[in-house]
Ligand binder design. Structure first.
Ligand code: GLN
Length: 537
Protein backbone atom coordinates (compact mmCIF):
# COMPACT_ATOMS: atom_id res chain seq x y z
CA UNK A 1 0.00 0.00 0.00
CA UNK A 2 1.26 3.47 -0.89
CA UNK A 3 1.76 5.75 2.10
CA UNK A 4 1.23 9.50 1.89
CA UNK A 5 2.98 12.59 3.19
CA UNK A 6 1.09 15.88 2.94
CA UNK A 7 2.98 19.15 3.19
CA UNK A 8 1.14 22.38 3.94
CA UNK A 9 2.40 25.91 4.43
CA UNK A 10 1.56 28.65 6.86
CA UNK A 11 2.01 32.35 7.70
CA UNK A 12 3.28 33.58 4.32
CA UNK A 13 3.94 32.27 0.83
CA UNK A 14 7.43 31.91 -0.67
CA UNK A 15 8.78 29.94 2.28
CA UNK A 16 10.30 27.34 -0.01
CA UNK A 17 7.64 24.70 0.43
CA UNK A 18 8.52 23.18 -2.93
CA UNK A 19 12.19 22.93 -2.01
CA UNK A 20 11.40 21.48 1.39
CA UNK A 21 9.06 18.91 -0.16
CA UNK A 22 11.70 18.02 -2.75
CA UNK A 23 14.38 17.68 -0.08
CA UNK A 24 12.25 15.38 2.09
CA UNK A 25 11.33 13.28 -0.95
CA UNK A 26 14.99 13.04 -1.89
CA UNK A 27 15.92 11.72 1.57
CA UNK A 28 13.15 9.12 1.52
CA UNK A 29 14.14 8.09 -2.00
CA UNK A 30 17.77 7.76 -0.95
CA UNK A 31 16.70 5.56 1.92
CA UNK A 32 15.54 3.10 -0.69
CA UNK A 33 11.85 4.01 -0.98
CA UNK A 34 10.12 4.40 -4.30
CA UNK A 35 8.51 7.82 -4.24
CA UNK A 36 6.20 9.99 -6.35
CA UNK A 37 5.61 13.67 -5.95
CA UNK A 38 2.64 15.90 -6.53
CA UNK A 39 1.62 19.52 -6.12
CA UNK A 40 -1.89 20.84 -5.63
CA UNK A 41 -2.32 24.47 -6.74
CA UNK A 42 -5.44 26.23 -5.51
CA UNK A 43 -5.86 28.67 -8.43
CA UNK A 44 -8.52 28.30 -11.13
CA UNK A 45 -6.33 28.12 -14.23
CA UNK A 46 -6.40 24.53 -15.45
CA UNK A 47 -2.59 24.68 -15.56
CA UNK A 48 0.00 27.48 -15.45
CA UNK A 49 0.55 27.23 -19.22
CA UNK A 50 -1.55 30.27 -19.96
CA UNK A 51 -0.09 32.45 -17.20
CA UNK A 52 2.47 35.21 -17.56
CA UNK A 53 5.84 34.53 -15.95
CA UNK A 54 5.12 37.64 -13.85
CA UNK A 55 2.28 35.71 -12.24
CA UNK A 56 3.81 32.38 -11.86
CA UNK A 57 7.46 32.21 -12.88
CA UNK A 58 8.58 29.52 -15.26
CA UNK A 59 6.23 26.91 -16.67
CA UNK A 60 7.89 23.54 -16.12
CA UNK A 61 7.20 20.89 -18.77
CA UNK A 62 7.10 17.18 -17.90
CA UNK A 63 8.22 14.43 -20.25
CA UNK A 64 4.59 13.49 -20.88
CA UNK A 65 3.82 17.04 -21.97
CA UNK A 66 2.08 18.64 -18.98
CA UNK A 67 2.65 22.36 -18.38
CA UNK A 68 3.19 22.56 -14.66
CA UNK A 69 4.29 24.50 -11.62
CA UNK A 70 7.99 25.25 -11.32
CA UNK A 71 8.20 23.34 -8.05
CA UNK A 72 8.07 20.17 -10.13
CA UNK A 73 11.47 21.21 -11.45
CA UNK A 74 12.81 21.07 -7.90
CA UNK A 75 11.17 17.70 -7.39
CA UNK A 76 12.92 16.23 -10.42
CA UNK A 77 16.27 17.91 -9.77
CA UNK A 78 16.44 16.74 -6.16
CA UNK A 79 15.09 13.23 -6.54
CA UNK A 80 15.78 12.26 -10.15
CA UNK A 81 12.28 10.75 -10.19
CA UNK A 82 10.29 11.98 -13.21
CA UNK A 83 7.01 13.82 -12.69
CA UNK A 84 3.99 13.25 -14.89
CA UNK A 85 0.57 14.77 -15.58
CA UNK A 86 -0.54 13.27 -12.28
CA UNK A 87 2.05 15.38 -10.47
CA UNK A 88 0.23 18.70 -10.70
CA UNK A 89 -3.43 19.48 -10.14
CA UNK A 90 -5.07 22.87 -9.86
CA UNK A 91 -8.51 23.84 -8.60
CA UNK A 92 -9.31 24.58 -12.24
CA UNK A 93 -8.44 21.06 -13.32
CA UNK A 94 -10.37 19.52 -10.39
CA UNK A 95 -13.47 21.67 -10.91
CA UNK A 96 -13.22 21.13 -14.67
CA UNK A 97 -13.47 17.37 -14.15
CA UNK A 98 -16.39 17.72 -11.71
CA UNK A 99 -18.31 20.04 -14.03
CA UNK A 100 -17.68 17.82 -17.06
CA UNK A 101 -19.02 14.83 -15.13
CA UNK A 102 -22.07 16.81 -14.06
CA UNK A 103 -22.80 17.65 -17.71
CA UNK A 104 -22.54 13.98 -18.61
CA UNK A 105 -25.11 13.18 -15.97
CA UNK A 106 -22.50 11.34 -13.97
CA UNK A 107 -23.87 12.46 -10.60
CA UNK A 108 -27.24 10.79 -11.18
CA UNK A 109 -29.46 13.65 -10.17
CA UNK A 110 -27.56 14.70 -7.06
CA UNK A 111 -26.76 18.29 -6.09
CA UNK A 112 -23.08 18.70 -6.91
CA UNK A 113 -21.16 20.31 -4.06
CA UNK A 114 -17.66 21.17 -2.87
CA UNK A 115 -18.04 18.53 -0.17
CA UNK A 116 -18.18 15.70 -1.16
CA UNK A 117 -17.79 16.03 -4.93
CA UNK A 118 -14.84 18.39 -5.23
CA UNK A 119 -13.09 16.82 -2.24
CA UNK A 120 -13.70 13.35 -3.73
CA UNK A 121 -12.12 14.51 -6.98
CA UNK A 122 -9.09 15.79 -5.03
CA UNK A 123 -8.81 12.49 -3.19
CA UNK A 124 -8.96 10.65 -6.52
CA UNK A 125 -6.08 12.81 -7.75
CA UNK A 126 -4.06 11.93 -4.63
CA UNK A 127 -4.92 8.26 -5.08
CA UNK A 128 -3.80 8.48 -8.71
CA UNK A 129 -0.23 8.29 -7.38
CA UNK A 130 -0.85 4.96 -5.64
CA UNK A 131 0.50 1.80 -7.15
CA UNK A 132 2.46 -1.35 -6.43
CA UNK A 133 5.62 0.47 -7.52
CA UNK A 134 5.13 3.44 -5.18
CA UNK A 135 6.00 3.25 -1.48
CA UNK A 136 5.53 6.88 -0.51
CA UNK A 137 3.66 9.67 -2.27
CA UNK A 138 4.49 13.22 -1.24
CA UNK A 139 1.83 15.84 -1.92
CA UNK A 140 2.52 19.54 -1.48
CA UNK A 141 -0.55 21.71 -0.95
CA UNK A 142 0.03 25.10 -2.58
CA UNK A 143 -1.06 28.32 -0.92
CA UNK A 144 -1.12 29.20 2.75
CA UNK A 145 -3.31 27.79 5.54
CA UNK A 146 -6.20 30.19 5.94
CA UNK A 147 -6.63 30.95 2.23
CA UNK A 148 -10.21 30.46 1.06
CA UNK A 149 -8.89 28.73 -2.06
CA UNK A 150 -6.97 25.98 -0.28
CA UNK A 151 -9.85 24.88 1.96
CA UNK A 152 -11.15 22.06 -0.27
CA UNK A 153 -7.63 20.64 -0.52
CA UNK A 154 -7.11 20.73 3.24
CA UNK A 155 -10.49 19.11 3.82
CA UNK A 156 -9.60 16.43 1.26
CA UNK A 157 -6.29 15.54 2.94
CA UNK A 158 -7.99 15.50 6.34
CA UNK A 159 -10.53 13.00 5.00
CA UNK A 160 -7.81 11.04 3.27
CA UNK A 161 -5.87 10.54 6.47
CA UNK A 162 -9.07 9.64 8.31
CA UNK A 163 -9.77 6.98 5.73
CA UNK A 164 -6.29 5.41 5.52
CA UNK A 165 -5.28 5.82 9.16
CA UNK A 166 -2.47 7.48 11.05
CA UNK A 167 0.28 5.08 10.03
CA UNK A 168 -0.48 5.51 6.35
CA UNK A 169 -0.53 9.28 6.02
CA UNK A 170 1.10 12.14 7.84
CA UNK A 171 1.07 15.90 7.89
CA UNK A 172 4.06 18.21 7.74
CA UNK A 173 3.49 21.93 8.19
CA UNK A 174 6.04 24.47 7.02
CA UNK A 175 5.87 27.74 8.86
CA UNK A 176 7.78 30.95 9.48
CA UNK A 177 9.41 31.97 12.76
CA UNK A 178 10.30 35.57 11.98
CA UNK A 179 12.99 37.62 13.68
CA UNK A 180 11.54 40.95 14.76
CA UNK A 181 14.38 43.41 14.65
CA UNK A 182 12.81 46.07 16.89
CA UNK A 183 12.22 43.48 19.61
CA UNK A 184 15.49 41.66 18.92
CA UNK A 185 13.56 38.40 19.14
CA UNK A 186 12.18 35.54 17.12
CA UNK A 187 8.43 35.10 17.37
CA UNK A 188 6.48 31.86 17.45
CA UNK A 189 2.99 33.38 17.50
CA UNK A 190 2.41 33.37 13.71
CA UNK A 191 3.20 29.64 13.69
CA UNK A 192 0.87 28.98 16.61
CA UNK A 193 -1.90 30.82 14.77
CA UNK A 194 -1.23 29.02 11.53
CA UNK A 195 -1.39 25.64 13.25
CA UNK A 196 -4.52 26.91 15.02
CA UNK A 197 -6.16 27.40 11.59
CA UNK A 198 -5.22 23.85 10.58
CA UNK A 199 -6.49 22.38 13.85
CA UNK A 200 -9.81 24.18 13.45
CA UNK A 201 -10.34 22.16 10.28
CA UNK A 202 -9.18 18.92 11.83
CA UNK A 203 -5.52 18.73 10.83
CA UNK A 204 -2.87 18.44 13.52
CA UNK A 205 0.62 18.52 11.99
CA UNK A 206 2.89 15.62 12.91
CA UNK A 207 6.03 17.54 12.04
CA UNK A 208 6.51 21.29 12.17
CA UNK A 209 9.28 22.74 10.01
CA UNK A 210 10.20 26.28 10.94
CA UNK A 211 11.78 28.57 8.40
CA UNK A 212 13.97 31.04 10.26
CA UNK A 213 16.95 33.33 9.85
CA UNK A 214 18.46 32.43 13.22
CA UNK A 215 18.61 29.24 15.27
CA UNK A 216 15.59 28.16 17.30
CA UNK A 217 16.33 28.16 21.03
CA UNK A 218 15.18 25.48 23.47
CA UNK A 219 12.52 27.90 24.62
CA UNK A 220 11.16 28.39 21.10
CA UNK A 221 11.01 24.64 20.63
CA UNK A 222 9.18 24.18 23.95
CA UNK A 223 6.62 26.78 23.05
CA UNK A 224 6.05 25.55 19.52
CA UNK A 225 5.75 21.97 20.72
CA UNK A 226 3.29 22.79 23.48
CA UNK A 227 1.07 25.26 21.66
CA UNK A 228 1.10 23.53 18.29
CA UNK A 229 0.64 20.09 19.83
CA UNK A 230 3.67 18.68 18.01
CA UNK A 231 6.19 16.35 19.71
CA UNK A 232 9.21 18.33 20.75
CA UNK A 233 11.76 16.50 18.60
CA UNK A 234 9.50 17.02 15.61
CA UNK A 235 9.88 20.77 15.75
CA UNK A 236 12.49 21.18 13.03
CA UNK A 237 14.56 24.21 12.19
CA UNK A 238 15.08 25.14 8.56
CA UNK A 239 17.46 28.08 8.49
CA UNK A 240 18.16 30.18 5.41
CA UNK A 241 20.91 28.34 3.52
CA UNK A 242 24.33 29.93 3.21
CA UNK A 243 25.17 29.12 -0.41
CA UNK A 244 22.76 26.91 -2.21
CA UNK A 245 19.29 25.43 -2.12
CA UNK A 246 20.97 22.04 -2.45
CA UNK A 247 22.04 22.34 1.20
CA UNK A 248 18.44 21.95 2.37
CA UNK A 249 18.37 18.10 2.33
CA UNK A 250 21.55 17.97 4.41
CA UNK A 251 20.11 20.33 7.02
CA UNK A 252 16.90 18.33 7.24
CA UNK A 253 18.75 15.01 7.36
CA UNK A 254 20.89 16.29 10.23
CA UNK A 255 17.67 16.70 12.20
CA UNK A 256 16.30 13.27 11.22
CA UNK A 257 13.17 14.54 9.49
CA UNK A 258 13.22 11.56 7.14
CA UNK A 259 13.70 9.17 10.06
CA UNK A 260 10.61 10.57 11.81
CA UNK A 261 8.58 10.28 8.63
CA UNK A 262 9.53 6.63 8.22
CA UNK A 263 8.95 5.81 11.88
CA UNK A 264 5.52 7.41 11.91
CA UNK A 265 4.58 5.59 8.72
CA UNK A 266 5.78 2.30 10.24
CA UNK A 267 8.46 1.91 7.61
CA UNK A 268 11.89 0.49 8.18
CA UNK A 269 14.65 3.12 8.53
CA UNK A 270 17.17 2.05 5.93
CA UNK A 271 20.65 3.58 5.66
CA UNK A 272 21.16 6.95 4.02
CA UNK A 273 24.16 7.82 1.87
CA UNK A 274 24.66 11.48 0.98
CA UNK A 275 28.36 11.41 0.06
CA UNK A 276 27.89 12.19 -3.62
CA UNK A 277 25.57 15.05 -2.72
CA UNK A 278 28.06 16.48 -0.23
CA UNK A 279 30.81 16.16 -2.79
CA UNK A 280 28.66 18.00 -5.33
CA UNK A 281 28.04 20.78 -2.81
CA UNK A 282 31.73 21.18 -2.13
CA UNK A 283 32.21 21.95 -5.83
CA UNK A 284 29.50 24.55 -5.57
CA UNK A 285 30.54 26.25 -2.35
CA UNK A 286 34.30 26.11 -2.91
CA UNK A 287 34.92 25.98 -6.66
CA UNK A 288 38.54 25.45 -7.66
CA UNK A 289 38.42 27.21 -11.01
CA UNK A 290 37.90 30.87 -11.85
CA UNK A 291 34.38 32.13 -12.33
CA UNK A 292 32.84 32.58 -15.76
CA UNK A 293 30.39 35.34 -16.61
CA UNK A 294 27.35 34.24 -18.54
CA UNK A 295 24.88 36.79 -19.85
CA UNK A 296 21.26 35.66 -19.92
CA UNK A 297 19.38 37.93 -22.29
CA UNK A 298 15.64 37.85 -21.75
CA UNK A 299 12.59 39.97 -21.10
CA UNK A 300 11.69 38.73 -17.62
CA UNK A 301 15.11 39.40 -16.23
CA UNK A 302 13.97 41.18 -13.06
CA UNK A 303 12.12 38.06 -12.02
CA UNK A 304 14.37 35.24 -10.84
CA UNK A 305 11.68 32.61 -11.16
CA UNK A 306 10.97 33.28 -14.84
CA UNK A 307 14.04 31.33 -16.01
CA UNK A 308 14.38 29.15 -12.93
CA UNK A 309 15.48 25.92 -14.63
CA UNK A 310 17.89 27.81 -16.90
CA UNK A 311 19.66 29.36 -13.92
CA UNK A 312 19.73 26.01 -12.14
CA UNK A 313 21.13 24.26 -15.22
CA UNK A 314 23.91 26.87 -15.46
CA UNK A 315 24.74 26.25 -11.80
CA UNK A 316 24.81 22.48 -12.42
CA UNK A 317 27.21 22.95 -15.33
CA UNK A 318 29.41 25.06 -13.05
CA UNK A 319 29.36 22.31 -10.42
CA UNK A 320 30.40 19.81 -13.10
CA UNK A 321 33.44 21.93 -13.95
CA UNK A 322 34.00 22.98 -10.34
CA UNK A 323 33.78 26.58 -11.51
CA UNK A 324 31.45 29.31 -10.29
CA UNK A 325 29.04 30.56 -12.90
CA UNK A 326 28.17 34.21 -12.47
CA UNK A 327 25.00 35.16 -14.21
CA UNK A 328 24.64 38.63 -15.67
CA UNK A 329 20.95 39.19 -16.27
CA UNK A 330 20.50 41.43 -19.27
CA UNK A 331 17.17 42.98 -20.23
CA UNK A 332 16.80 42.44 -23.98
CA UNK A 333 15.17 45.85 -24.40
CA UNK A 334 18.38 47.40 -23.06
CA UNK A 335 20.37 45.58 -25.74
CA UNK A 336 17.92 47.05 -28.23
CA UNK A 337 18.35 50.53 -26.80
CA UNK A 338 22.08 50.62 -26.04
CA UNK A 339 23.45 48.08 -28.53
CA UNK A 340 24.86 44.62 -27.86
CA UNK A 341 28.43 45.82 -27.37
CA UNK A 342 27.44 48.12 -24.49
CA UNK A 343 25.51 45.43 -22.65
CA UNK A 344 27.44 42.27 -23.49
CA UNK A 345 31.09 43.24 -23.80
CA UNK A 346 33.36 41.10 -21.64
CA UNK A 347 31.00 38.19 -20.97
CA UNK A 348 32.31 34.67 -21.52
CA UNK A 349 29.06 33.23 -22.83
CA UNK A 350 25.64 34.42 -23.98
CA UNK A 351 22.42 32.53 -23.40
CA UNK A 352 19.09 33.54 -24.88
CA UNK A 353 16.26 31.60 -23.22
CA UNK A 354 12.76 30.78 -24.42
CA UNK A 355 9.94 33.27 -24.63
CA UNK A 356 6.80 34.52 -26.29
CA UNK A 357 5.69 37.87 -27.68
CA UNK A 358 7.68 40.56 -29.42
CA UNK A 359 8.81 42.80 -26.57
CA UNK A 360 12.60 42.85 -26.62
CA UNK A 361 12.81 40.48 -29.58
CA UNK A 362 15.25 42.65 -31.56
CA UNK A 363 17.57 42.76 -28.53
CA UNK A 364 17.63 38.97 -28.42
CA UNK A 365 18.38 38.78 -32.15
CA UNK A 366 21.19 41.32 -31.68
CA UNK A 367 22.59 39.30 -28.77
CA UNK A 368 22.76 36.19 -30.98
CA UNK A 369 24.44 38.28 -33.71
CA UNK A 370 26.94 39.66 -31.22
CA UNK A 371 27.84 36.12 -30.07
CA UNK A 372 28.16 35.04 -33.71
CA UNK A 373 30.45 37.87 -34.80
CA UNK A 374 32.61 38.01 -31.67
CA UNK A 375 33.12 34.24 -31.31
CA UNK A 376 31.47 34.30 -27.88
CA UNK A 377 30.01 30.91 -26.85
CA UNK A 378 26.26 30.94 -27.38
CA UNK A 379 23.37 28.79 -26.26
CA UNK A 380 19.94 29.67 -27.66
CA UNK A 381 16.94 27.89 -26.21
CA UNK A 382 13.64 27.69 -28.07
CA UNK A 383 12.94 31.36 -28.88
CA UNK A 384 16.69 31.89 -28.37
CA UNK A 385 17.41 29.37 -31.14
CA UNK A 386 14.83 31.04 -33.36
CA UNK A 387 16.53 34.41 -32.78
CA UNK A 388 19.87 32.93 -33.82
CA UNK A 389 18.31 31.69 -37.07
CA UNK A 390 16.74 35.10 -37.72
CA UNK A 391 20.05 36.88 -37.15
CA UNK A 392 21.82 34.46 -39.50
CA UNK A 393 19.18 34.89 -42.19
CA UNK A 394 19.32 38.67 -42.00
CA UNK A 395 23.01 39.27 -41.55
CA UNK A 396 24.74 36.32 -43.20
CA UNK A 397 22.25 35.40 -45.91
CA UNK A 398 21.35 39.06 -46.48
CA UNK A 399 17.60 38.61 -46.17
CA UNK A 400 17.16 41.82 -44.29
CA UNK A 401 13.48 41.36 -43.49
CA UNK A 402 13.74 37.74 -42.38
CA UNK A 403 11.69 37.05 -39.26
CA UNK A 404 9.50 34.59 -37.46
CA UNK A 405 5.86 34.79 -38.52
CA UNK A 406 5.10 35.03 -34.79
CA UNK A 407 6.37 38.61 -35.00
CA UNK A 408 5.96 39.53 -38.66
CA UNK A 409 3.36 37.44 -40.50
CA UNK A 410 4.18 39.21 -43.77
CA UNK A 411 7.95 38.74 -43.85
CA UNK A 412 9.29 37.71 -47.29
CA UNK A 413 11.65 35.29 -45.50
CA UNK A 414 9.66 33.43 -42.82
CA UNK A 415 12.66 31.47 -41.58
CA UNK A 416 10.70 30.54 -38.45
CA UNK A 417 7.11 29.60 -39.14
CA UNK A 418 4.05 28.13 -37.47
CA UNK A 419 4.06 24.34 -37.37
CA UNK A 420 1.49 22.71 -39.65
CA UNK A 421 -0.68 21.35 -36.82
CA UNK A 422 -0.78 24.78 -35.16
CA UNK A 423 -2.57 26.42 -38.09
CA UNK A 424 -6.16 27.28 -37.29
CA UNK A 425 -5.57 26.55 -33.60
CA UNK A 426 -7.54 29.04 -31.52
CA UNK A 427 -7.47 27.53 -28.06
CA UNK A 428 -4.39 28.55 -26.08
CA UNK A 429 -4.33 26.04 -23.21
CA UNK A 430 -2.21 22.91 -23.64
CA UNK A 431 -2.16 23.18 -27.43
CA UNK A 432 1.54 23.76 -28.14
CA UNK A 433 3.96 21.03 -29.17
CA UNK A 434 4.56 19.76 -25.65
CA UNK A 435 6.69 17.16 -23.94
CA UNK A 436 9.45 14.80 -25.01
CA UNK A 437 10.31 14.05 -28.60
CA UNK A 438 13.25 12.16 -30.04
CA UNK A 439 16.01 13.98 -31.89
CA UNK A 440 18.73 12.49 -34.09
CA UNK A 441 22.14 14.12 -33.97
CA UNK A 442 24.42 14.57 -36.98
CA UNK A 443 27.84 12.94 -36.83
CA UNK A 444 30.67 15.38 -36.21
CA UNK A 445 28.40 18.07 -34.74
CA UNK A 446 28.89 19.93 -31.47
CA UNK A 447 25.64 18.47 -30.26
CA UNK A 448 26.75 14.91 -30.98
CA UNK A 449 30.04 15.63 -29.25
CA UNK A 450 28.21 16.96 -26.19
CA UNK A 451 25.64 14.18 -25.85
CA UNK A 452 27.92 11.38 -27.02
CA UNK A 453 24.82 9.71 -28.44
CA UNK A 454 23.11 9.48 -31.79
CA UNK A 455 19.57 9.78 -30.57
CA UNK A 456 18.35 11.84 -27.64
CA UNK A 457 15.02 12.85 -26.14
CA UNK A 458 14.23 16.40 -25.03
CA UNK A 459 11.21 18.37 -23.87
CA UNK A 460 9.44 20.96 -25.99
CA UNK A 461 7.01 23.83 -25.61
CA UNK A 462 6.49 25.85 -28.77
CA UNK A 463 4.24 26.60 -31.75
CA UNK A 464 6.83 27.85 -34.23
CA UNK A 465 9.61 25.95 -35.90
CA UNK A 466 12.59 26.31 -38.23
CA UNK A 467 11.33 26.57 -41.81
CA UNK A 468 12.95 23.77 -43.81
CA UNK A 469 12.53 25.75 -47.03
CA UNK A 470 15.69 27.71 -46.20
CA UNK A 471 17.77 24.89 -44.85
CA UNK A 472 20.02 24.32 -47.89
CA UNK A 473 20.70 28.04 -48.36
CA UNK A 474 21.61 28.49 -44.74
CA UNK A 475 23.71 25.32 -44.61
CA UNK A 476 25.71 26.54 -47.62
CA UNK A 477 26.61 29.61 -45.56
CA UNK A 478 27.56 27.76 -42.40
CA UNK A 479 24.41 27.21 -40.32
CA UNK A 480 24.30 23.48 -39.70
CA UNK A 481 21.09 21.71 -38.73
CA UNK A 482 22.66 19.17 -36.43
CA UNK A 483 19.59 17.75 -34.70
CA UNK A 484 16.40 16.64 -36.43
CA UNK A 485 13.24 14.98 -35.15
CA UNK A 486 13.41 11.67 -37.05
CA UNK A 487 9.75 11.15 -37.91
CA UNK A 488 8.79 14.68 -38.92
CA UNK A 489 12.02 16.21 -40.14
CA UNK A 490 11.64 19.13 -37.74
CA UNK A 491 14.91 20.93 -37.11
CA UNK A 492 15.64 20.76 -33.39
CA UNK A 493 19.26 21.97 -33.23
CA UNK A 494 21.25 24.47 -35.28
CA UNK A 495 24.90 25.32 -34.87
CA UNK A 496 27.51 27.50 -36.57
CA UNK A 497 30.24 25.72 -38.44
CA UNK A 498 32.83 28.47 -38.08
CA UNK A 499 32.50 29.42 -34.45
CA UNK A 500 34.07 28.17 -31.20
CA UNK A 501 30.70 27.06 -29.74
CA UNK A 502 27.34 28.28 -31.00
CA UNK A 503 24.31 26.03 -30.51
CA UNK A 504 20.60 26.75 -30.65
CA UNK A 505 18.01 24.16 -29.70
CA UNK A 506 14.27 24.21 -30.24
CA UNK A 507 13.72 22.17 -27.07
CA UNK A 508 14.34 23.08 -23.44
CA UNK A 509 17.44 21.24 -22.21
CA UNK A 510 17.21 23.01 -18.84
CA UNK A 511 14.31 20.77 -17.78
CA UNK A 512 16.51 17.69 -17.72
CA UNK A 513 19.51 19.11 -15.90
CA UNK A 514 20.23 18.13 -12.31
CA UNK A 515 23.02 18.93 -9.87
CA UNK A 516 24.46 15.43 -10.12
CA UNK A 517 23.79 15.22 -13.88
CA UNK A 518 24.66 18.53 -15.55
CA UNK A 519 23.01 18.70 -18.95
CA UNK A 520 25.45 17.99 -21.85
CA UNK A 521 24.63 21.21 -23.73
CA UNK A 522 24.95 23.38 -20.63
CA UNK A 523 28.10 21.52 -19.63
CA UNK A 524 29.75 22.10 -23.02
CA UNK A 525 28.49 25.68 -23.25
CA UNK A 526 30.09 26.49 -19.88
CA UNK A 527 33.23 24.58 -20.89
CA UNK A 528 33.48 26.79 -23.97
CA UNK A 529 32.93 29.87 -21.78
CA UNK A 530 35.74 28.70 -19.49
CA UNK A 531 38.04 28.43 -22.53
CA UNK A 532 37.04 31.92 -23.65
CA UNK A 533 37.80 33.20 -20.18
CA UNK A 534 41.17 31.45 -20.04
CA UNK A 535 42.14 32.79 -23.48
CA UNK A 536 41.31 36.31 -22.37
CA UNK A 537 43.25 36.32 -19.09
N1 GLN B 1 7.39 31.68 -29.07
C1 GLN B 1 8.13 30.63 -29.67
C2 GLN B 1 7.25 29.52 -30.20
O1 GLN B 1 6.12 29.40 -29.81
C3 GLN B 1 9.15 30.05 -28.70
C4 GLN B 1 8.53 29.37 -27.53
C5 GLN B 1 9.51 29.15 -26.41
O2 GLN B 1 10.57 29.76 -26.36
N2 GLN B 1 9.16 28.31 -25.45
O3 GLN B 1 7.68 28.74 -31.01
Amino acid sequence: MTKHVFITGGVVSSLGKGLTSAAIAMLLHRRGYRIRMQKMDPYLNVDPGTMSPYQHGEVYVTADGAETDLDLGHYERFTGVPCTRASNYTSGRIYGAVIAREREGGYLGKTVQVVPHVTDEIKAAIRALDGPDVDIAITEIGGTAGDIESLPFLEAIRQYRHEVGRTNALFIHLTLVPFIRAAGEMKTKPSQQSVGILRSIGIVPDILICRCERPLTAEHRDKLSLFCDVERNKVIEERDVAHSIYEVPLDLAAQDVDVYVLEMLNLHVRPLDLEDWKDMLSGLTAPDRPAVDIAVVGKYITLRDAYKSVYEALAHAGIGHRAAVQIRMVESEEVERDGAEARLRGVDGILVPGGFGDRGIEGKIQAAGYARTTGTPFLGICLGMQCAVIDFARNVCGWSEAHSTEFNPRTPHPVIDLMAEQRGMTSKGGTMRLGSFPCRLAAGSRAREAYKAEEISERHRHRYEFNNRWEADMAARGLVCSGVCPDRKLVEIVELRDHPWFVGCQFHPEFQSAPLRPHPLFREFVAAALRTRAART
